[in-house]
Design a protein around this ligand. Sequence first.
Ligand code: CO8
Length: 270
Amino acid sequence: MTAMTAAATVSALENVLYEKKGAIAYVTVNRPKVLNALNQGTWENLRSAFEDAGDDPAVRGVILTGAGDKAFIAGADIGELTHLTGVEAEKSSSYGQEVLNLIENLGKPVIAAVNGYALGGGCETAMACTIRVASESAKFGQPEVRLGLVPGSGGTQRLPRLIGRGRALQLILSGAIIEAQEAYRLGLVNEVVPTTDLITRAEAILQQIFSNAPLAVKFSLDAVNKGLETSLAGGLTLEASLFGLCAGTEDKKEGTAAFLEKRAPQFQGR
Ligand code: CO8
């Protein structure tokens, strides 16, 4: 890792740009000649970047995007995929799933700033993020069936959880590529913004989250992510435990006191 300026740190990974400015880490998939397609090296670079972002206490949130003006990520690298045996492909699928689990459970908000094609593994990567903001020109889809494949980076699982079984099956079985506004209508993205506003809007969403108590943000993420994987009763038990944990923090004392004293809270993340 090379320190560029006091304010920003940039690390040199082969296929991913990784930069930290203030409390935000910026992860940019950087293979624009192949529309940022994910080869094994890119998955490994993503893992390194997100491990660092997760471990660094100065990083409070991440923005994930794609280099160039055409694609977020146009899916797995088909040139690489074509040579994989069944056994290798299964291993590769599991590896990508691990990286996306890391992103989903980072304990910090990750905003996908979708600046173009988000197809196959690209759509799946966006879905592992906490929030998706799309530019007006973004396009989404799970076109794996057109290649003789099923989605292999979580699409068959995260898409129905996000937009419902019927809508997910229509997208997966048709392999259709949809516009940003349609993705918004389906609930696949949180917001659609003009392309020039994409990163600014992602930053504004993070800044609003950063104004809140850090542990409460982390535990809210945990409650939603883990709770969705269990029964309602189990999820409610988890919620009550995390509510209790938060209630014992300094930040809860500060948050409630600040409200009663009609002033802005000063959270410490303790
Ligand atoms: N892999 C490799 N190269 C790609 C990919 C890709 N996914 N997408 C685009 N490229 C390359 C093109 O081959 C082309 O290269 P070249 O200039 O050398 O010919 C360059 O990027 C530009 O692309 P196009 O000329 O095709 O640009 P267009 O504007 O005409 O079309 C599209 C853009 C519609 C995005 C088109 O490129 C396309 O359909 N791409 C493939 C999309 C796709 O099918 N994605 C799903 C892949 S499968 C997958 O993601 C499975 C995930 C699970 C993986 C599990 C681990 C292995």
